[in-house]
Every structure is written in structure tokens, then in C-alpha cells.
Design a protein. Sequence first.
Length: 259
Amino acid sequence: MTEPVFARGRLSLRATSLLLAASLVALVPTIAASPARAQALGYAPAQSGAFSDQDVVHNPALTDEDSALPDRFRRAIVSLDTHEAPGTVIIDTGNTYLYYVLGNGRAIRYGVGVGREGFTWAGVQSVSHKAEWPDWYPPAEMIRRQPYLPRFMAGGPGNPLGARAMYLGSSEYRIHGTNDPTTIGKFVSSGCIRLTNEDVSDLFNRVNVGTRVVVLPKSAPLRSGTVQARGGSGTRPRPLVTTLPSGRQAMTVPVSAVN
């Protein structure tokens, strides 16, 4: 008698399990197809591709830094009489401007921060490397002057190199962003050229590896002509280039960390 009873009990349990599994399979498409039903059950429907590590880590939103700049340092298209080829970058150290030559007598002008007293330089270089949200390794000479500086800082919004960097030849000089836009238009760095993160990102997208970069000495400012986007005036530029000093380490840090 025990054998038939055991068999019936086993059959009943198996049938119950199959019915439960079938009910769950039928329920899943209904839940997946109904966001309202999903929220009512205490969770939100999944959105494929809504987030990625790249969006979170490598592309933080840039604030509207240009809105805080004086008008004369805001990005603008200006008339520029130069013999430099389109695509050339010209650094006007004396007036704290950077020009990206468009050709046909026009250029994009950006406000920049440049080297402080004793750290300005002049010469011709080319872009040897580009980096997004670059890491910062203060050079040995800077650490000797300011031993409290970190030996390494990972790239990011708090990094003094800002959102983008364009390295100049094999030197320590570079064109880069800044986490302190109030330094634009000032002589504050150790020789590097800094722009707001918005402006350096715009320039970064225009400049290629190999781009010619002409840095004019502080004593020979370049003057552009009529500003086509905002007001201004000037005369024919007089490019003057001297030899790039050798052996000098150059990097920038927030103004509060500079002696």
C-alpha cells in the first residue's frame, strides 16, 4: 500500500512545480512590457545603454567658464594678417592671446594665461602628443622649488592641467586647460599656456599632432585687426621668434600653490 501512495504524492509535487514554472514564464513578458507595472512592483524598467563607465569617468560635464571671462578674453573670430598657414597656432605672450589661423585673413582668438616673470619663452614648436584629462607629474625642478606639491595627480576636473593638453615637442611645455579660469589673461604659469576647459576642448578638436606652434616673446606683442565676433582693433602683426630655452622645466599649478 505504501508504494502507490508514494507514487501519487511524487506525481502531485511534480505537477505543482510544473504549473508554478509555467505561471512565472507567462508573467515575465507582461512585467517587461509594462514600465508602469514594473514601477508598481518597486523597481524601474532597465534602459539598455543608459549609462557607461566612459560617460561617468572620462567625460564630466564642463561648466560655462567662458561666461565669467572679460569680453576681450572670450573666444572670437578676428581678422588677422599673417603669413602663417591655416591651422597654425600663434601664442601672443604680451597680450595673453592664442590664435588659431583659419586663413583668408581670419583666426580664432582665445584668451590664455602665460608664464610669470622669468618663465616666459619664445620659439617654434609642434604638437607632439595630445591627451584628454591628462595626468600630472610635476617635474623635479618644480618639486625642488615647491616640495609640498604632489608627485602625481590623476587626470580629472581638479587636476591643474584641466580637460585637455597638447604637448609641445620634447619640452615640458604644453597648451592645456585649467581648473582656475580666473588666471586667464594673467602671467601666472611656469611657462605653459593655459585656456579655460571649454576653450582648450575647442582648440583640441581643431589641432592635430604635428601642428606648428609659434610662441612670440612678451616684448613683441601681436595685434589683430577687426574682431568679427566682438569689438576690437589693431595693426599688421610683426611675428618674431627666438630660440626655445633649453633645460627649463615648465608646468602649471593652481595659483594658490605657486610661489
